[in-house]
Design a protein around this ligand. Structure first.
Ligand code: R5P
Length: 301
């Protein structure tokens, strides 16, 4: 039994996710909260929300791709204000920055995702929904109900329908991505292979062990949760080119594509990169608002 009365459900389109939030609002037939945003030249942000939000439930949609800290800060400013004004704030964070630092890999490291969870809570967030969090283990760091929706079925469907690959082999570039990639391969109806990756924790350099690789003349789909610098995919593509694979397609959920990662991947022989719109980019072809909306219809706040 709730000790308050819910009168409305609204969507707050955070500055990093305007298009995404608009599409989500259309899918859920929910109105957008009217917000004035001013971004100052020193990069500070001012929000002005004149509507009365008391008793409403607000889906605050803000993806935290780079600049990660700024996008989080905007989230915190808005969430704190809305919860202080009497709204229930449900964080919808399509790409969750800092999710890779969900434990101490080396002595003395800050568990950044734990800090994010703490900050969300102190800003009054009562529920969190994200898309394909880096690792399910990270969900345990949140004190409020937190769920990661998977856009893998949408990615598999898009690639199958639009790329017309000939009996492709689906590759996991590392163990961390194997569950996701296996799900992709099953949905696609394709063979699945697993590479082993090692990342030097100090330099960040990636080496990949592809084992005995028999993919000569075969089309390939490498599937990962995100492409950041492109180092992981570059190392995988090198093995695949050496093994004389045919087309190399990369499917990822979060196409961060930092700096010239896209150009470097294409130069290295990747034929196509397909990502979702959790991060806006030139490869964001798959609409992750669809699985997200299906899940959000099932939660009442
Ligand atoms: C790592 O475990 C992730 O799943 C990705 O493989 C990785 O974060 C991608 O980063 P980058 O593109 O910089 O190699």
């Amino acid at each position: 039994m709730l000790d308050w009365e819910l009168t409305d459900r609204l969507i707050f389109a955070g500055p990093s996710s305007k298009d995404f939030a608009n599409t989500l609002a259309r899918r859920l037939s929910l109105p957008l909260l009217s917000v004035t945003v001013k971004e100052f030249s020193d990069t500070e942000t001012r929000f002005k929300i004149e509507e009365d939000v008391r008793g409403t439930s607000i889906l605050l949609v803000q993806s935290t791709y780079p600049p990660v800290d700024r996008n989080y800060m905007q989230f915190f400013l808005a969430a704190h204000h809305l919860s202080q004004e009497g709204a229930r704030v449900h964080a919808v964070i399509p790409y969750m920055g800092y999710a890779r630092q969900d434990k101490q890999f080396m002595h003395g490291e800050v568990v950044s995702l734990g800090v994010i969870s703490h900050l969300l809570r102190s800003c009054g967030v009562v529920r969190v929904t994200t898309v394909d969090i880096h690792s399910a283990e990270g969900l345990a760091l949140f004190a409020m109900p937190t769920y990661s929706v998977s856009a893998i079925p949408s990615l598999a469907q898009y690639i199958k329908k639009n790329l017309k690959l000939s009996s492709p082999v689906v590759i996991s570039p590392d163990f961390g991505s194997s569950k996701r990639t296996e799900a992709f391969a099953t949905l696609y109806g394709a063979e699945h292979l697993q590479f082993a990756k090692e990342r030097d924790r100090v330099t960040g350099d990636v080496t990949i062990d592809a084992g005995e690789l028999n993919v000569k003349g075969r089309d390939i789909v490498v599937v990962d949760d995100m492409i950041s610098t492109g180092g992981t995919i570059l190392a995988a593509a090198e093995k695949l080119r050496k093994a004389q694979a045919a087309r190399i397609v990369v499917g990822c959920i979060h196409p961060l594509l930092v700096g010239d990662a896209y150009e470097r991947l294409i130069e290295a022989g990747v034929d196509e990169i397909i990502g979702t719109n959790t991060v806006p980019s030139r490869v964001s072809k798959v609409d992750a608002t669809e699985p997200l909306a299906s899940y959000l219809r099932t939660v009442a706040e």
